[in-house]
Design a protein around this ligand. Structure first.
Ligand SMILES: *[C@@H]1O[C@H](CO)[C@@H](O)[C@H](O)[C@H]1NC(C)=O
Ligand SMILES: *[C@@H]1O[C@H](CO)[C@@H](O)[C@H](O)[C@H]1NC(C)=O
Length: 181
């Protein structure tokens, strides 16, 4: 009887721990992710991206944390054809630091690593023709990124299965920017 009571207590303790973690981390730390970012490096397994990779340049993103914990992410992405501007709403999935958007296809983003100030590494997936495409992005507060952070990004990209040929650093550009937030 006594040992049963004890193990029930342990089970409850474990349940409490399991519950406490997602609750704590699902609440986004606004100062950590909010505001304007430059997308300074990328890794992708998308054929379309890889074919165009020499023409791609640095993109911008602005992240607003909404009252309910959703993220409103506005992008300015220079493509060879035009400056693409759009925003998407991402909702927390319940997994730590992971968000989902169905605005433009089925997409997820997950915060992989950050120093809470100058950079963050974000893993993104997108569904295209029933296939899941994977992308790792380096978000930086400044257009110039320290070599140490680039190396760190490359290490994460390798962990996610990307090879050197599918990792690239994006050159700066002035033509396609977000307005002042
Ligand atoms: C998201 O941000 C865009 C650009 O600032 C804005 O136009 C849009 O109204 C915002 N959406 C929500 C739900 O806040
Ligand atoms: C989006 O992806 C999730 C998880 O892979 C899946 O359960 C869901 O059915 C997908 N939704 C659409 C609209 O494709």
């Amino acid at each position: 009887m006594r040992s049963e009571g004890l193990s029930l207590g342990l089970v409850l303790l474990c349940l409490l721990r399991v519950q406490a973690k997602p609750l704590g981390t699902a609440e986004p730390d606004a100062s950590k992710v909010a505001g304007t970012w430059y997308i300074t490096a990328m890794a992708s397994d998308s054929k379309t991206y890889l074919e165009k990779k020499d023409q791609l340049k640095m993109a911008m993103a602005n992240i607003e944390v909404l009252g309910d914990g959703d993220l409103n992410v506005s992008f300015a992405i220079p493509t060879p054809e035009r400056c693409m501007k759009f925003s998407s709403i991402y909702k927390p999935t319940g997994n730590p630091d992971e968000y989902h958007s169905s605005d433009r296809g089925n997409k997820t983003v997950q915060l992989v690593n950050t120093d809470s100030s100058s950079y963050m590494v974000v893993f993104a997936t997108r569904e295209k023709n029933g296939k899941k495409l994977k992308m790792l992005r380096l978000y930086s507060r400044a257009q110039q990124v320290r070599p140490k952070i680039i190396s760190l990004f490359k290490r994460f990209a390798k962990q996610y299965g990307f090879t050197d040929e599918t990792i690239w650093i994006l050159p700066t550009q002035e033509e396609c920017q977000l307005g002042e937030p």
